[in-house]
Design a protein around this ligand. Structure first.
Ligand code: SF4
Length: 453
């Protein structure tokens, strides 16, 4: 594999624009892709109009993001007509799934590459410049799949976003939840060696990271030799960091040992994203989630007994095939019991190639929309009550940037991941400071910095 090719093609400043859809893993992949491109002489372009290369990094977990990819490609058509030299590439899950089809469906696409092929970008771009339309969606075999996850030279080139950095510790998934396309487009699960991850973490800390997120499709089934996720989290959370977060764990593999580790280690945030998907056992079984509601609630109860202030968020799907109104009510009941801090909720949409697709899609759209609206209304009510209860309390927050709509106001996050705006002079990204919550505006808490003696 060639990582640092000659620059014979690259005498002019070239600009690349990456359009990212989907989850944090995709965001992280886009940072990596931009790093690779920077070694070829590319600089980031703000828009596709300014770019000589546009990469659409795609997600196919939901139907809507997949539609967005095709409408984005449609939007690129007039830009490519004006600039025929523009290289258009499609990466990520849709690229893996569609492969050659993408070239057929979209004549302006020059390059299609899947998640196992990012580090081959230099040679792929060479081929495109030689006039070929290229598709690279193969899987690296076994061990090589781990090694090419992040090749050695790239360990030192991690990206710190403000004071936060993301580390992919595993990729792929073996769970085959019946609604999910991930195992088909991201492949079987592989985990990086702990020492390799710790080296990357130390490099990120040296570059200013104060908070590290450990990422994986199924983070708590991490296993490298004898090392488990518990071992890895233990080791990373001993590094000189302010905060460690991880996403997403699977409830089936969540253990009380992990709750104990969270409770006993100050650097591990008191926040857990624990995807539930549905509140009825029959639906969970059809989803192939391999745990029951009772097991989920018992694990949550133990975690709350160890960390009373813990904030738990989740994913929920409404209108899964055959879901009755009574079963949907059970989902609302679980929400009332757990009182999630945040719910990422979706209407079910069938993904071709998944097991759930064979069940049909029998819940009418209007019913799905009604259930989704009721679910969102309940979560809004719970969230409003939780935010109001924060007023008057003091939280330690990590300053991570400026408020997106209010110049001069800093943004920060509580340990439980609630956004806080702070109007105070002299704050810097990476400051860990106490703030008193004085009010609420939309989804933001308003905080006053507490003067320290
Ligand atoms: S655990 Fe289930 S929902 Fe999550 S990535 Fe794997 S198959 Fe998909």
């Amino acid at each position: 594999m060639r990582l640092f090719p000659s620059n014979r093609y690259y005498s002019l400043v070239m600009k690349a624009h990456i359009q990212t859809y989907g989850c944090q893993m995709n965001e992280h992949d886009s940072f990596r892709i931009m790093e690779i491109l920077s070694t070829l002489g590319y600089e980031p372009a703000k828009s596709p109009q300014d770019a000589s290369l546009v990469i659409v990094n795609t997600c196919s977990v939901r139907h809507n993001p997949e539609n967005k990819v095709y409408s984005y490609l449609g939007m690129l058509r007039p830009i490519k007509e004006r600039n025929p030299g523009l290289i258009v590439a499609v990466a990520g899950c849709v690229a893996q799934q569609e492969g050659e089809n993408l070239l057929k469906k979209s004549p302006l696409v020059n390059l299609v590459f899947g998640p196992d092929n990012y580090f081959r970008l230099p040679e792929m771009l060479d081929e495109v410049r030689a006039g070929k339309r290229v598709v690279m969606t193969g899987w690296a075999p076994g061990r090589e799949r781990v090694q090419n996850f992040i090749p050695e030279p790239w360990l030192e080139r991690g990206h710190v976003d403000g004071c936060k950095a993301y580390i992919a510790i595993s990729k792929g998934c073996n769970n085959f939840c019946s609604f999910c396309i991930v195992p088909h487009v991201r492949g079987r699960e592989v985990s990086r060696e702990p020492e390799n991850i710790l080296r990357e973490a130390r490099g990120l800390i040296a570059k200013g990271a104060r908070e590290i997120w450990l990422l994986g499709q199924n983070v708590n089934s991490y296993k490298a030799g004898d090392a488990t996720f518990h071992d890895l989290l233990d080791a990373v959370s001993r590094l000189p960091l302010a905060r460690v977060r991880f996403t997403s764990p699977h409830p089936k593999a969540w253990s009380n040992d992990l709750a104990d580790l969270m409770a006993g280690r100050a650097t591990i945030c008191n926040q857990l994203h624990l995807p539930l998907q549905a509140g009825a056992d029959r639906i969970l079984k059809l989803m192939n989630r391999r745990h029951t509601i009772r097991e989920y609630l018992d694990k949550v109860a133990y975690l709350k007994s160890r960390i009373p202030d813990v904030e738990i968020s989740t994913d929920l799907i409404v209108g899964f095939p055959t879901e009755t109104d009574d079963e949907f009510q059970q989902t609302l009941d679980v929400m009332r019991q757990v009182r999630f801090s945040q719910v990422f909720s979706f209407k079910y949409s069938p993904r071709p190639g998944t097991k759930a697709c064979e069940l049909g899609d029998d819940v009418p759209r209007a019913v799905k929309e009604d259930r989704l609206a009721r679910l969102i209304a309940l979560q809004d009510q719970i969230n409003a009550e939780q935010m109001a209860a924060c007023i008057g309390r003091v939280y330690e927050v990590l300053v991570d940037g400026t408020h997106p709509r209010t110049p001069g106001v800093s943004s920060a996050r509580t340990d439980g991941y609630r956004p806080v705006s702070i109007a105070a002079d002299g704050l810097e990204i990476g400051d860990l400071i106490p703030v008193r919550i004085t009010g609420v505006k939309g989804h933001w808490l308003i905080g006053d910095a507490v003067r320290q003696a």
